[in-house]
Design a protein around this ligand. Structure first.
Ligand code: 8YV
Length: 317
């Protein structure tokens, strides 16, 4: 079993009960060549978002490879059809990171609309400041509209938080959510153009696919209200970062918060300069509890597949 980067001990112990485990000691993503070399001969690969796991990696690993367990709910880094062709099962970690990711999303919404990053930077820069009634005014959430793009588990968890903050929910996706979900959230299904026109905060929770790459492009940004905010905690390439910088420069939207980036870990230079942008380094699921649960679920998937009992949370090709 080959684990491409550090995972919590709890998960290593589970894997070790099923056989020999090697964990990459490099404190960085493995290069394509290193990944192939490191996984050669493995029956299972435990990988994560920076590992591009495709048919060639599987071929280099060899015919004994049975399972690729991605420690993430997103699996755009894995070529699932190519692995299915080779009889390799792919698993992800849905469910266990829903609340942590929704918490981070709401933290970003608050940081953005209440200008917390700007305030923090100002104090740390030892700038003189004093309270006055017009100082660093943000935008309230009460009575505003949250537009959720992708009302899956994470989108729903964000919508629940938004309801508690007195927001209205509109959402879009490939199809409407079940009616009980809609009514619990008082959520209205609308096409994307209408969501962009109506939402005060647009929050992205769709997976990255060919259909969602650059879903938020120059036209989409132009369709948003000038006072609206964009939040991305899914995958960077869902947003065209250059178009986002242009839109912010042109005053087409009020601000953006990004936890994920188009060319991670690089960030569009112009965004780094802006006060109306909040940036965090892919922290959606970054709590001790959640990362442990994710790794443990990945390990359990591996053990279950290798024991012939099938995967627990399989990704369908
Ligand atoms: C992971 C994520 O931490 O689950 C996902 O899809 O983006 C994060 O929760 C990250 O992908 C590391 O593998």
């Amino acid at each position: 079993m080959a684990v491409t980067r550090w995972i919590p001990d709890e998960a290593v112990k589970i894997l070790a009960e099923a056989g020999e485990v090697r964990v990459s000691s490099a404190d960085r993503p493995l290069s394509v060549a290193e990944l192939r070399e490191f996984t050669a001969g493995a029956s299972a690969i435990v990988g994560m978002l920076h590992d591009r796991i495709d048919g060639e990696v599987a071929d280099a690993a060899g015919p004994q490879l049975k399972v690729v367990a991605n420690v993430a709910v997103g699996y755009d880094n894995v070529d699932v059809p190519a692995l299915a062709e080779r009889g390799v099962v792919v698993t992800n970690t849905p469910g266990v990171l829903t609340e942590a990711t929704a918490d981070l999303t709401f933290g970003l919404i608050l940081a953005l609309t209440r200008r917390l990053g700007e305030g923090e930077r100002l104090i740390r820069a030892r700038e003189p400041w004093s309270f006055h009634l017009g100082f660093l005014l943000g935008s309230g959430l009460q009575g505003k509209t949250l537009g959720v793009v992708g009302l899956g588990q994470i989108g729903r968890a964000v919508a629940r938080r938004a309801l508690a903050f007195g927001m209205r929910i509109v959402y879009t996706g490939r199809k409407p959510a079940p009616s009980e979900v809609e009514s619990a959230l008082a959520a209205e299904f609308v096409p994307l153009p209408e969501l962009l026109e109506r939402a005060d905060v647009v929050s992205l929770h769709c997976p990255l696919t060919a259909a969602t790459r650059h879903l938020i492009d120059a036209d989409a940004l132009r369709a948003m209200k000038p006072g609206a905010y964009l939040v991305n905690t899914t995958r960077g390439p869902v947003v065209d970062e250059a178009a986002l910088s242009d839109a912010l420069e042109a005053g087409e939207i009020a601000g953006a918060a990004l936890d994920v980036f188009e060319r991670e870990p690089s960030v569009e230079e112009r965004l780094l300069e802006r006060e109306d942008v909040v940036l965090t380094p892919h922290l959606g699921s970054a709590t001790v509890e959640t990362r442990t649960e994710m790794a443990v679920l990945a390990a359990r998937n591996v053990v279950s597949v290798l024991a012939g009992n099938g995967p627990l949370t399989e990704v369908q090709a």
